[in-house]
Design a protein around this ligand. Sequence first.
Ligand code: SF4
Length: 124
Amino acid sequence: MPPKMSKLEEKAIKLLLKYENRGLLQSELWHKLGVTSREGSRIAIKLEKKGVVKRVKEFAKDRWTRRLVPLIKQVTLEPIKGAPCPSCIYNNVCGKQGTVSPNTCLWIEEWVTSSTSSKSLEKT
Ligand code: SF4
């Protein structure tokens, strides 16, 4: 379960996710959020304690500061787009404990086969 966040923390992490790989300097984030450095530092410390960012010491613009690097990634539903399971009539009874097994499902097999073959075509 994701950690509970304030509106400002959510806004900060949404901004940081746009800079997923490199992160942002604290001052850049405060500027984008429109908060004071004091408020911003509190947000950064809270996000670090919640395990969603790491604060990396960095020398930038003639002084030591911190770079905030997100430890979480944006989730995309693209890989499961078009999967038959969400609309399947057997969805409630399919699975390990269910009466229907995905191991023998022709619909899922067909979807996996077609999606992997279309990805192969995209790469060529
Ligand atoms: S694996 Fe097959 S039977 Fe199970 S929910 Fe998906 S489409 Fe339905």
